[in-house]
Design a binder for this molecule. Structure first.
Ligand code: GDP
Length: 479
């Protein structure tokens, strides 16, 4: 078995250049950043960094496939319910809308009619079931994406009709676009005397969200979360939009999905609220989630009812895991306990190693990765002190695109670099360019632990020049 040096470095969460240095120190000649190593060399090299042999040879994905066994077969696809995240500016009514939808669609007097918060809920509409993630906003959405999970089919963008497009409205649009998730606009607070729904349509058109009835392809629905007006129309539109997407899953498969949230409960131990994305999750199944592996003791649905199983697009509360998984961790039902345990051990080790060495998948590595054919796109998040310099930077940097590498600006904003910017950069493997601004709050710490590069500049030319140099392999590394 051969392995590329860069791939090996990646598996150990180390910089390719550091791994190369070690190889040279070990006396290996004729190697460069693009070398492929035989398994003996790879093993020796890995052990220098404190890794065990078998963990280097197999990728996490390979190990998951082995642990799952035949259970992952994809046949008998059936339609599944869409999964929706509600986003928008603070106070525009996200929480009110989620509450309204939930209340209106859980019939009073229904057995177990009291809803329980388990991270998401499923409602029945005339056009079929829809699942809503319970944590509104793009923070949770992006944090999840940063961990490799994509759990949203449609974003409902809430904009208050008496307010208009605000900074978090823009952010939400950028986050949804970066994830390539379609947007439906809910123009909320339509009951208010100051409501100007056409004004909202106008503003959003300027951001590329053209209403259908104006010749565009974005669905807009005027609603009031307060009175409930038109909320049913919104649900119908979500159903319509997602019908075209032909969302499918296989109820017969072993379950897989995503952890929405997890916490430790004094009496019940680890509680994991998960969303089943494919397959059917059963009580008694062996579940692998992040670094947790355990047999499911009990399942509870979003109405607080104990259930024996949960099919595709169903949120469910899981008891029985011995360790705490993280929100955004993907979960799998596995057949081979021994192989799954090996994977968990490898992951725990990787977490410990990562805590020691932080990766910078940044500008410095760009050229090597370009040459290795690993990068065709350079994603950037640009933050600046004033709008004028944002525009200038976006223009100058996107113009650097070549046939080989396309420069994408996935998010811009005025103000300090926030934790949110970092999470978006993590999710989109982007580099953050700060112009006359600095990381705020926990942003720098999160960037360090997630391996996101933040570059700060105060002269536009310098920013452009460095990105250009990085793209041509001329950037001098910073030590
Ligand atoms: P969030 O921050 O986006 O989750 O917004 P909330 O749901 O907390 O709503 C913010 C405020 O707007 C609250 O005082 C709500 O009662 C109010 N609100 C939400 N939706 C409506 C609506 O449709 N009409 C009116 N008049 N007020 C609303």
């Amino acid at each position: 078995d051969n392995i590329a040096l860069q791939q090996l470095a990646q598996k150990m969460s180390l910089k390719a250049t550091d791994v190369l240095m070690k190889l040279i120190q070990m006396g290996m000649g004729g190697v460069n950043i693009n070398s492929t190593l035989d398994s003996d060399t790879a093993k020796l090299l890995a052990s220098e960094f404190g890794y065990e042999v078998e963990n280097v040879a197999k990728s996490d994905d390979d190990m998951i496939a082995e642990a799952r066994g035949a259970a992952g077969a994809q046949e008998d696809l059936e339609a599944r319910a869409p999964i929706v995240t509600v986003m928008g500016h603070v106070d525009h009514g996200k929480t009110s809308l989620l509450d309204r939808i939930r209340k209106a669609n859980v019939a009073a007097g229904e057995a177990g009619g009291i809803t329980q918060h388990i991270g998401a809920y499923r409602v029945d509409t005339g056009k079929g079931p829809i699942v809503f993630l319970d944590t509104p906003g793009h923070e949770a959405f992006t944090a999840m994406r940063a961990r490799g999970a994509q759990a949203t089919d449609v974003v409902v963008l809430v904009v208050a009709a008496d307010d208009g497009v605000m900074p978090q409205t823009r952010e939400a649009i950028n986050h949804a676009r970066a994830a390539e998730v379609p947007i439906i606009v809910a123009v909320n607070k339509i009951d208010k005397p100051g409501a100007r729904p056409d004004q909202i349509r106008q503003e959003l058109s300027g951001l590329g969200l053209q209403p259908e009835d104006w010749g565009g392809d974005t669905l807009f629905v005027n609603v009031s979360a307060l009175s409930g007006e038109n909320v049913d129309v919104l649900l119908e539109n979500i159903a319509l939009q997602t019908e075209i997407m032909e969302l499918q899953a296989n109820p017969a498969a072993a379950a897989e999905g995503v952890v929405l949230e997890a916490y430790l409960d004094k009496g019940r131990g680890v509680v994991a609220n998960v969303l089943v994305q494919n397959g059917t999750l059963n009580q008694g199944d062996l579940m692998l989630a992040g670094v947790a592996l355990g047999r499911i003791r009990a399942l509870t649905d979003d109405r607080g009812r104990r259930v024996k199983n949960a099919g595709p697009a169903t949120p469910v509360e899981v008891l029985g895991l011995p360790d705490l998984p993280q929100a955004g961790d993907q979960f799998f039902v596995v057949a081979d306990q021994k192989k799954a345990q090996e994977l968990v051990d490898a992951r725990k080790k990787a977490v410990a190693a990562k805590a020691k060495t932080t990766t910078a998948k940044g500008l410095e590595d760009l050229y090597a990765m370009m040459k290795a054919g690993e990068v065709q796109e350079l994603n950037l998040v640009i933050k600046s002190d004033v709008a004028g310099s944002v525009e200038a930077l976006v223009k100058a940097l996107t113009e650097l695109s070549t046939e080989k590498v396309k420069v994408n600006v996935i998010h811009t904003g005025v103000g300090g670099i926030t934790e949110n910017d970092v999470m978006l950069a993590t999710a989109s493997k982007a580099i953050i360019i700060g112009f006359n601004v600095r990381p705020a709050g926990q942003a720098a710490a999160v960037a360090k632990s997630e391996g996101v590069e933040i570059r700060q500049y105060s002269i536009i030319y310098e920013a452009v020049d460095e990105v250009k140099k990085a793209m041509t392999g001329l950037l001098a590394p910073v030590f």
